[in-house]
Structure formats: C-alpha cells, structure tokens
Design a protein around this ligand. Structure first.
Ligand SMILES: CC1=[NH+][C@H]2[C@@H](O1)O[C@H](CO)[C@@H](O)[C@@H]2O
Length: 459
C-alpha cells in the first residue's frame, strides 16, 4: 500500500464528453488526453484520480451540464473506473467546481454561495452530489470552490459538515469508505477568506489538496515563479494578510512576527506552514504540484528574465497573438500562449529556438529564458519535484496532488518522478539540500521529521 497519496486531476472539457472517442476518425477529433493514455503502469502510480470538473446546476445540485449525453458521460466515467482493475487501491473522485465555474467573476459562483446558504439548501446539494457520485460509480467527492468569500466561510464549513454527515451514513455498510476532499487555496490572499475556519474545514475532509501553484503570474508587475518552494530576497514581498486574522491579539510582537512573518514571499513553503499553523493535521495536507508552466513576454534579459517587468496580457480570456510562445504549437491550438504543459516545455527546450534553462538555488525551481525572443517561462520538472517531495516528507504531509495528468510528457516523466520520490523504498534524496532561500518562519515544532541529510539505505 503506498505510503504517500498521489492525486492526479484528469481534465475533460464538458464539450468533449458527447463526442468522446479513443481513436480519432477523420470526422471526429480525439480528445486531447484520452483515458487510454492512463496506462496500467500509470494507474499503479496513482492513489486517486479526480475527474474535473462537474458544476452545480441552477437548482444547486450536482448534475451533468445541460446538453451532456448521460450515456456518453456514463461511458467516460466507467472508463475511469475500469482503471481500478490495474490498481485496487485507486480511487476515482469527481471534482465539483474548479476556477472557471467558481471564481468570483464566473457566472455560476452564485450557485455555490446559494447552495451553502441554508440548512435545507445544504441538505439538498449534499444528497444530490452523493446520488450523482453513486449513480456514476465514483469513490468520493472533491470540492474545488475558488473561493468562498469571507461571508460564505461559515456556510462552507456547514456544507462540508452536511456532506460528511451524509457520507458517514453511506459509509456505515461499506468496506472502502467514500471520501470527501477539497482543493484549498495556495496563496495567503485567497486563503485569508476562510483561514479562521480552516481547522473546522480540515475536520470534515479526508484530504486538503493545496493548490500551491499559480502563486505568481501575468497579473503581477514582475516575472516570478509559478510555484517555488522557498523565497528569494530579490523577489516581491507582501504584507501578510493572515496577520490581521491572527487569533490572539495579545500576541507579543516577536511571536507575531514568527507566526505571521510580514512582509513575506508567496511560496509553497509559506502555504504549507500557514495550513499547519491553523491547526490542519499534516497527515491531511496534500502538496499540489503543477504539471504546467507560465510564460511571460517582452521580458528584459537582466537576471535572465527573473523578477523583470513584462508585457503579458492578464485576465482569464486571451485575445492576443497565440504564437507568442515561440515553438509551442499546442499553445496555438489551445489559443493561449501564457501557459504550457510540461510536454510542451520539454519540446521548447529541445527546439533549438534559443530557450536556456536556469535553476533557482533559493526557490528550488527551474525557469527558461529566451534572450532572442525575450520570453520567460516558469515551470516545474523532475528536479523541482524531487525537492518538493523531500520537503513534503520532511513535513510529514500526506503526499502530492498535481494539475493535471494530460500535461505530462509521453513517457509520464513527472508522474514517474513523484512515484519514485514518494513511494519507491529504494529511492534516495540525501543529495538534495533544502537549506537556502527564505523559509516562512514558523515556531510550530514538527514531529516525525526525518533529519536532513539522513544517509540513504544502501541497496
Ligand atoms: C485543482 C485545481 N483547480 C484549479 C487549479 O487546480 O489550478 C488550475 C490551473 O490554474 C485551474 O485550471 C483549476 O481550475
């Protein structure tokens, strides 16, 4: 049985369900990443696959999108369930929400706020989502609401409590228990919305999947890393939004600074320490890793493009030149050059188009800079994943989550790296040094942490 969870999101756009096919014909294009690409070997490296995304309907219930053919949906969902024959420990959950359906400016965020707003609505939503889960053969529910507003936070706890209550009833006569997880904010600004409720949220779920990526992006003035583990003295720092939420106003200044350092760098480590400080058990925290990178354009060559001004269109919808990420053909097809899967980034590196790889010894992440095209790309690869795996083991966390399965390269390099670094007994990471970079100060003693540099068991 794996010692750490490995939770992969599987993305299938709702438009792709009705015409889902494993073998593309001239008339019908194949979906970008068919379920058959999840080989038996990959299925054995995963403990969970989260099908993304379902949405709430107008009545605040879990249901297929209007227009989705239920028979085709059942076919797709059963293909995912079939993967369990390769790995009896594998669980297939469906993820409800996601950024596009639930962000503050989306058309359907209001459905989540309303569904959580009264006891009756919460009962209705919970029972509809459990019925949906059972009807389509899922093993649990992942709630990916991005994000409850401060005024929704208590209702969010009540909603999770109601889903947990109904699941417990279902689970009484089941050997393998239905699970309930959430995708949780990775940056302190979004996290501050429900930080005071975080401990109560954790009590209702099996796992909290930290979205410890998208920490920086085109919406900021300077280029910075998508998901660096530790901070860099040269990057932008922020006033800590959790400080004014701190529980004990009488906290002496030195204690305040150590628990809520401010200003601070937005890093993966900061997210993890903030969850731990809120009282979330380490064994429920799953560290989110990106299988994609973020590109910036018109970036000066100072510092190889790192922490430099840029001219990258921000905002969810992209209307600019789709060829800006030179060499990324998939970006043109997708219509947005601002993000690229690991498979695309591998191709950029091999393209001879002038991309140079650098590695941050502070942040423990790579980046690309193309001086000729003035392009900066922040991403993750096997090296940064090995550092993040060592860190999560040192912190005693439950394991890793990643977004998303379809962005790995053909060989499944990133999933294989996570499997080896988290669940291969013969794996050794004594060569990795987690010191350096800005660590989010925390006075929380961490139990059961392997001493850094513990020698590896020789074969
Ligand atoms: C699990 C999860 N939900 C969000 C988040 O990861 O980041 C993805 C990439 O930004 C985004 O597309 C998705 O909707």
């Amino acid at each position: 049985r794996p010692r750490h969870v490995v939770i992969g999101y599987y993305l299938l756009e709702k438009e792709q369900i009705n015409h889902y096919t494993e073998n593309a014909g001239p008339a019908v294009p194949a979906v970008p990443f068919a379920i058959s690409r999840i080989t038996p070997e990959k299925a054995r490296m995963l403990t969970h696959i989260n099908y993304s995304f379902q949405n709430l309907n107008e009545a605040g219930e879990c249901a297929l999108e209007n227009g989705t053919d239920p028979a085709k949906a059942a076919e797709v969902f059963s293909k995912l369930a079939t993967l369990k024959k390769y790995n009896p420990d594998l669980r297939i959950l469906f993820s409800l929400g996601g950024w596009a359906y639930t962000n503050d400016d989306s058309a359907t965020a209001v459905r989540y706020r309303d569904a959580a707003s009264t006891a009756a609505r919460r009962r209705q939503m919970a029972s509809s989502c459990i019925a949906f889960m059972k009807r389509y053969g899922f093993d649990g529910i992942d709630i990916d609401w991005e994000y409850p507003r401060k005024e929704d936070a208590d209702n969010f706890v009540a909603l999770l409590t109601e889903i947990r209550r109904q699941l417990n009833t279902e689970n009484r006569q089941r050997r393998q228990k239905y699970q309930l997880t959430i995708a949780g904010a990775g940056g302190a600004f979004n996290l501050s919305r429900y930080y005071l409720q975080l401990k109560q949220i954790a009590a209702q779920v099996d796992y909290l999947n930290l979205m410890s990526y998208d920490l920086n992006g085109a919406w900021q003035k300077q280029t910075d890393h998508n998901a660096h583990l530790f901070g860099d003295s040269r990057e932008a720092k922020y006033d800590n939004p959790l400080r004014q939420l701190q529980f004990d106003p009488a906290l002496p200044p030195a204690e305040l600074q150590s628990r809520f350092p401010s200003p601070f760098a937005l890093t993966v480590d900061a997210a993890v320490q903030q969850y731990l400080q809120a009282g979330v058990p380490a064994r429920k925290i799953v560290l989110g890793l990106p299988f994609y990178g973020r590109a910036y354009f018109a970036v000066g060559s100072e510092n190889h493009g790192l922490y430099q001004p840029h001219a990258t269109p921000a905002g969810d919808d992209y209307h600019g030149d789709t060829t800006l990420l030179t060499g990324c053909d998939a970006c043109v097809q997708r219509g947005d050059p601002r993000s690229a899967g690991y498979d695309d980034i591998r191709k950029l590196l091999a393209s001879g188009l002038g991309y140079q790889r650098y590695f941050s010894s502070e942040g423990k992440v790579p980046w690309l800079y193309n001086a000729d095209k003035k392009i900066f790309v922040s991403y993750d690869d096997e090296e940064s994943f090995r550092y993040k795996s060592k860190y999560l083991k040192q912190q005693g966390l439950a394991g890793a989550m990643f977004w998303h399965l379809g962005q790995d390269d053909a060989e499944g390099t990133l999933l294989r790296t996570l499997h080896r670094s988290l669940n291969d007994a013969g794996y050794c990471d004594a060569d990795l040094d987690l010191s350096g970079g800005l660590h989010y100060a925390s006075n929380m003693p961490r139990k059961g942490i392997a001493k850094p540099g513990a020698a590896c068991k020789t074969k």
